[in-house]
Write a protein that binds this ligand. Structure first.
Ligand code: AMP
Length: 220
């Protein structure tokens, strides 16, 4: 089963994605994380994506579609996977439909975490990341044990350029413009809207129920 986890930046996709991935024993694939890893490694793709990501725009469809095609071909995706942050445009959604058919997957289960913009801006400006291991913290809800320092490796935490307020507003606009139509595209299919402005445990309860109803509630 392929699960699509939708929601604007900062809606809690990362947290829920990690839980679902662990429960079902499937990988959680984030196109944003793949792109950031390419940036850290200084690959041509990472260098090309850096400017776009820092300005809050979307990386080209061909680039991310190619990344997803490669990733879904990996053996750990045989039982399915969870996609976080993809598809973000109609062209990506149409590409994914074709790819899933080609690879013999059933139609995806779609989860949409809905959160108001004002809440997202407050959450995202409080986000910090470890530049070494990629661990994510939130000064409001999930602070590191020691101020400004990663729990895992002691590195100084940073604020990602795309978590600064101006960029966040641009990202939310880009999200509404590009991904709004994608949400409409999946509505009426295996689509579930969840109120994401709640504690992670409450959201997780809803997710568990939906997965159970879909027959994928137990670890595979
Ligand atoms: P995220 O971590 O999902 O918020 O993604 C961070 C940034 O990576 C986005 O603001 C985009 O610039 C880029 N990105 C991630 N996923 C995609 C995608 N599916 N299509 C285009 N750009 C993406």
């Amino acid at each position: 089963m392929v699960i699509l986890l939708f929601g604007p930046p900062g809606c809690g996709k990362g947290t829920q994605g990690a839980i679902i991935s662990r429960q079902l024993g499937i990988p959680s694939i984030s196109t944003g994380e793949i792109l950031r890893a390419e940036m850290r490694a200084g690959t041509p793709l990472g260098i090309a994506a850096k400017k776009i990501m820092e300005s809050g725009g979307l990386v080209g469809d061909d680039i991310v579609n190619g990344m997803i095609r490669n990733r879904l071909a990996q053996p750990d995706c045989r039982k399915g996977c969870l996609l976080d942050g993809y598809p973000r445009t109609l062209a990506q959604a149409e590409f994914l439909d074709g790819l899933l058919k080609e690879l013999g997957y059933p139609p995806p289960l779609v989860l949409f975490l809905d959160v108001p913009d004002a809440v997202l801006i407050a959450r995202l400006t409080a986000r910090r990341q470890c530049p070494v291991c990629g661990a994510i913290y939130n000064l409001l809800s999930q602070p590191p044990r020691q101020d400004g320092v990663c729990d895992h490796d002691g590195a100084a935490l940073i604020q990602r350029d795309d978590d600064k307020e101006e960029t966040i507003r641009a990202r939310l606009e880009a999200y509404a413009r590009s991904t709004g139509p994608v949400i409409d595209y999946y509505a009426g299919r295996n689509f579930h809207r969840l109120d994401g402005n709640r504690r992670p445990e409450e959201i997780q309860g809803d997710v568990d129920r939906i997965l159970k109803e879909a027959g994928v509630g137990e670890a595979a």
